[in-house]
Design a protein around this ligand. Structure first.
Ligand SMILES: [Zn+2]
Length: 417
């Protein structure tokens, strides 16, 4: 029988305090959640008791949505190994990076599962309960990366939602990976991946047509890495958008990952593309790049494009700078796109939670509600804005009604959380 219990003494955001129309503060209220199985089945203001039910003490913690890492590469990380920086051969472009991978992957593969476990543990401690991971599908590792990843994920599927993107990192055409991709999809991958059809494969139309066909045959969506610049990247986006018009099945099932070319696009064209992306349900997964390619993410959101984010390379041969924390992505968002006021900080949380926020723009409590999945995090913080700006650590993680992780040294009675 599903476990039923009360989680009392937690705080939920309940409104904004405004002065002259400007949000000055966020207020919270004490609540008790009743949880049965994987769902929240009742919410009570203040303390609520039921003698027949177990009680778990939330110790006054703020309860927020758990985070979603929508773009990571769990199959080829350095995490869990001694320190090493990004690349050892001065690889300057994608082709040199592919050559580097061809040497590196056979060395990483035998021990890949240990690193994947370590990285997943890190993600969990940072509050993530949903992960979409890309997985290399290419002739160097064949299907080995996928088989190892699938095995590593087995115990984690009890603790987070996991999705796999079959990713022909060395080029779908360039590395002749079409047959492998078909096999990967038949082994249960959730998304068809791809990358740079003009630059890496040298034939945008053929590469995209095959990608689209793979997705239709497998009955799955597409999550496409696009690093090409404006000169070829925009044509790729337009080709995919047109394909979605012809194939309604794929509408709502295309994610563009990175799409840096959108940072180079003039406003009028960007606006037109964003309208079409919103209409066809195309989401954008961005690592929120710092530096020269600042992405026009708030503009895209305003146009109705669904935005996702991910930690991507936590530490690997591409980059050593990841923390594994989606809450750190909210900090990057806030630093790049806001002036640090309470309201903007509050809204910044959306990039980490799949757009799930406790308050709507008017300050009405909209999450959690009865019937929601009981997946959330507990934090020693006064509100979302403080969590975003001060990079507060997570104290406990709940997934589908179960506490899956808590900090070892929480106050007073740590076993309660
Ligand atoms: Zn990636």
């Amino acid at each position: 029988m599903a476990r039923r219990y009360l989680l009392n003494n937690v705080r939920l955001e309940s409104g904004f305090v405004r002065d002259n129309g400007w949000v000055q503060r966020t207020i919270t209220q004490e609540y008790t959640l009743e949880i049965e199985g994987d769902k929240i089945i009742a919410l009570y203001e203040g303390d609520h008791d039921d003698p027949g039910m177990d009680r778990v003490n939330g110790e006054g913690r703020l309860l927020l949505p758990s985070t979603r890492d929508e773009h990571i590469h769990l199959d080829k990380t350095f995490y869990g190994d001694p320190w090493r920086a990004a690349r050892g051969n001065n690889a300057g472009d994608i082709f040199q990076m592919i050559a580097l991978e061809e040497q590196l992957l056979p060395r990483l593969l035998p021990d890949a599962q240990r690193r994947t476990h370590r990285l997943l543990q890190l993600l969990q401690e940072k509050g993530t309960t949903h992960v979409r991971t890309h997985c290399n599908i290419e002739p160097t590792s064949g299907l080995q990366s996928l088989l190892q990843l699938q095995e590593a994920l087995i115990p984690w599927r009890e603790q987070m939602h996991c999705e796999i993107v079959a990713f022909p990192q060395h080029g779908l055409l360039r590395s002749n990976a079409v047959t492998l991709m078909k096999e990967a999809m038949s082994l249960g991958c959730d998304w068809v991946g791809g990358l740079d059809p003009g630059k890496v494969d040298g034939d945008m139309v053929r590469s995209l047509d095959i990608t689209l066909r793979l997705a239709l045959e497998a009955g799955k969506g597409i999550d496409y890495h696009l690093h090409e610049d404006k000169s070829t990247g925009i044509a790729c986006i337009r080709y995919l958008l047109n394909a979605l018009r012809k194939e309604p099945f794929l509408q709502g099932k295309l994610t563009l990952s990175h799409a840096y070319c959108l940072a180079q696009t003039e406003t009028a064209e960007l606006s037109e593309l964003a309208d079409e992306m919103a209409e066809l349900g195309v989401s954008l997964a961005s690592g929120i790049p710092l530096g020269k390619s600042v992405m026009p993410l708030p503009f895209l959101r305003e146009k109705g494009v669904s935005l996702l984010s991910g930690t991507d390379s936590v530490t690997d041969h591409w980059s050593p700078f990841g923390s594994g924390s989606m809450l750190d992505k909210t900090y990057d968002w806030a630093r790049l796109y806001t002036r640090g006021d309470e309201f903007s900080l509050n809204r910044s949380l959306a990039i980490a939670t799949g757009n799930c926020l406790p308050l709507n723009e008017c300050g009405e409590r909209v999450w959690p509600v009865v019937g929601d999945e009981a997946s959330f995090i507990l934090m020693n913080a006064s509100c979302s804005a403080e969590v975003v700006a001060r990079q507060i650590a997570v104290d406990a993680v709940y997934f589908r009604g179960k506490k899956v992780w808590h900090k070892a040294y929480t106050l007073n009675n740590s076993s309660c959380l």
